[in-house]
Design a protein around this ligand. Structure first.
Ligand code: SIN
Ligand code: FE2
Length: 214
């Protein structure tokens, strides 16, 4: 990317629907801080492959920061204050995470956003996330703020029923997607990540999704 193109790309926004948009390059200025924080989080709460209630091992590796962490096992999906793998509380949300999430939410039209959970997803090449709704949170109106780092991906953004048509949204390192309000319950997913080598993150894509659980 040329510097001029990069600078212009950073300023742009793609509106996905009334209350959903992509803020291109929005996280680029804070990538170093985010990666330092992610390394600290994974040192105490390692990435792991969760098992779905149906008994499948999830392709995406996950960990959490915040008061609540999203978990899945044979008993179901839920939020827990304690990491079941370590028996201790999830690492706190770092200030750089909270600031980025609040700024992105505000610029997307959601003032005063204070998330209490951040799911961190790690995608190796070939890894996908099938179409789903984020429905384990009590708050179904506060936005989801989703930060993409590393290898690019194609995000699928759909309707309120699984079978509804989806749009394909290309996501680059530093892009932030926000969906809330009337669009909060839309189905979404990620197509298999293409093989590649990202200059900072190598052969992986990381995604932070902020949520307000309680
Ligand atoms: C998610 O839906 O939890 C993650 C979306 C993404 O990785 O972009
Ligand atoms: Fe999701």
């Amino acid at each position: 990317m040329s510097d001029l193109f990069a600078a212009q790309y950073r300023e742009t926004r793609t509106q996905l629907s009334e209350q959903a948009c992509v803020l291109h390059g929005y996280a680029l200025d804070v990538v170093d801080a985010l990666l330092t924080d992610i390394r600290a989080i994974e040192a105490s709460a390692p990435f792991r492959h969760l098992v779905t209630p149906g008994g499948h091992v999830m392709q995406v590796a996950m960990t959490n920061a915040g008061t609540f962490g999203w978990c899945s096992d044979r008993r179901g999906y839920r939020y827990d204050r304690v990491d079941p793998q370590t028996g201790t509380r999830w690492p706190a949300l770092p200030p750089a995470f909270l600031q980025l999430a609040a700024n992105a939410a505000r610029d997307a039209g959601f003032d005063g956003y204070v998330p209490d959970a951040c799911l961190i997803n790690r995608y190796a090449p070939g890894t996908r996330l099938s179409l789903h709704q984020d429905r384990d949170e009590d708050d179904r109106v506060a936005p989801i703020v989703s930060v993409s780092l590393g290898l690019p991906a194609t995000f699928l953004f759909g309707g309120f029923a699984r079978a509804d048509k989806t749009v394909r949204v290309p996501l680059q390192h530093g892009d932030v997607v926000v969906w809330g309000g009337e669009d909060r319950m839309r189905f979404h997913g990620v197509l298999p990540v293409k093989p590649g080598l990202h200059e900072i993150l190598g052969e992986q894509r990381l995604n932070l999704t902020f949520r307000k659980v309680k």
